[in-house]
Design a protein around this ligand. Sequence first.
Ligand SMILES: Cc1ncc(COP(=O)(O)O)c(C=O)c1O
Length: 282
Amino acid sequence: MADRSLPTTLIHHPYQPPAGFEAPQVGVHKASTVIFPDVASLRARDWKHKAGYTYGLHGTPTTFTLEERIATLEGGRHCVLLPSGLAAISLVHLGLLDAGDEVLIPENAYGPCREQAQHELVRWGIGHRLYDPLQPEALRGLITPKTRLLWLEAPGSVTMEFPDLAALLAVAREQGLVVALDNTWGAGLAFQPFDLLADGGSGWMRTFLRPMLEQAGYRAVERLKDDERPALVLAQAEGPVAAAGATPVVRLRASVADTGDGSVYRYDREGVLQAVRQAVGR
Ligand SMILES: Cc1ncc(COP(=O)(O)O)c(C=O)c1O
């Protein structure tokens, strides 16, 4: 320590503030180079996990904290921060698409997403098609064996139409497409996308099944109160069905392909409603 120059001493200063300071405002850490206690720790680093710090652009206490809070806000499991929304869109393109693939972009998408496809992706052999987000039925006709990714945006940029996301997702699932949603406008406050995107579970129940059943005049709940008896049980075809006694059961399956066991594809609106009507007799 003794022979250090003043600049080195200022950077590697022996004073450490006491731990335990906490304020509503998270401290702002700005960094590029990260200091490791020794070479072994440097070699053991793994930037993919948030167990430690490897490089200022991969994470500081400030950015990790922000990532975790955004994940909570949006109902996501993980969050990766990027310097801008357009950088995030670019990462989705670069991470998921290869030469020869095609991406489907809504006509009312944030303009630079479309322009990136028109001017940049095309140079790398990645094609795109624009689709009308208000015509989910027409989407199927635009999907080719090359289609890999479906962009959703709700509401769409500038014109603010809100598409039928459940219907668009149903087509994407049926065709095995990866789905990305630009949630700039919903921001996790106006709209929680993972509720809808979650495959199965209560998200699908809350955003797809229950509204559909309520619109048709039924009451749908995830759990009954002690004194309630259901008129009908809706069960996942793939899982075990709890003993329902004399209560009719409609089994809903995750795959489009008819499995011949009387189950109904769970995004088939008409099929589900018809099975419910038949089972409860109204
Ligand atoms: C819907 C939508 N997506 C993405 C972006 C891009 O965000 P940024 O300006 O941070 O690149 C914007 C910006 O206005 C936007 O409105």
